[in-house]
Design a protein around this ligand. Sequence first.
Ligand code: THG
Length: 269
Amino acid sequence: MIIIGEKINGTIPSVKKAIEDKDEHFIRELAVKQADAGAHYLDVCASTAPEIEVATLIWLMDIVQDAVDTPLCIDSPNARTIEKVFKYARRPGLINSVSEEGDKCEVIYPMIQGTEWHVIALTCDSRGIPSDVQTRVDITKIMVEKAEKYDITPDRIHIDPLVMALSADNNSLLNFVETLQTVKSLYPTIKVTSGLSNISFGMPLRKIVNQHFLTIAAYAGMDSAIMDPCNRDMYTTLITTEALLGRDKFCRKFSNAYRKNHIGPVKPA
Ligand code: THG
């Protein structure tokens, strides 16, 4: 599983405060901790007022890149913001995100043409977020066909089917899995990604629900997850699942994690 570390995000109150206080140390620690925990990309999301979003993102990107070599996942709802901060990335990473809303693909795709950048593509458009499988697949096809025009191959695209809250849509997980399977049957090398916390919105025991979502999604073939790699329970879920699925040779990673006391033995709280 490709781990996209989610913790440098201005929607988290402590991060919002660090941004306001210009607390470089706090951001640096989040970068180092997530990199040490095994993140393959570090998401950076300012979530500030639009007037200061570009400056804030550049500030975050510089701190993270001075601290660790882990590639960035540049997270903004505004494609033009991403366009403005792109040149401050020191190595290829992940764009978060394009969708069929407005001209996002037309802004982002030419920017990453001929580079090693990957891109997250959300299955939504100007009509909003579809809850059915077919519309998600239709939007995926449009985004992949557009990408082809810029020589962006499916293996560089992480489709995010935007999983719905289970409490609002009983078939949320099943629709996610069906979307994943259909998209992969059309484009075998494409990647599928998801945040792990939307599924449990409005439910008690959210973290437990999120962990089980990760297990089922990993089994179904999800390639990357936007998650907190420092959350011990979530990380345990991930490496246990990968070992069970035969993706951890001789269970070496699993065993090392415990022997080095990296995450510690699982004990009841
Ligand atoms: N898809 C894509 N991008 C995304 C999301 C997505 N970017 C933003 C978001 N969803 C993913 N990022 C977060 C960041 C923080 C939290 C949830 C999603 C969060 N963090 C808690 C904290 O840090 O305090 C708890 C984390 C934990 O312990 O598990 O809630 O869906 N493409």
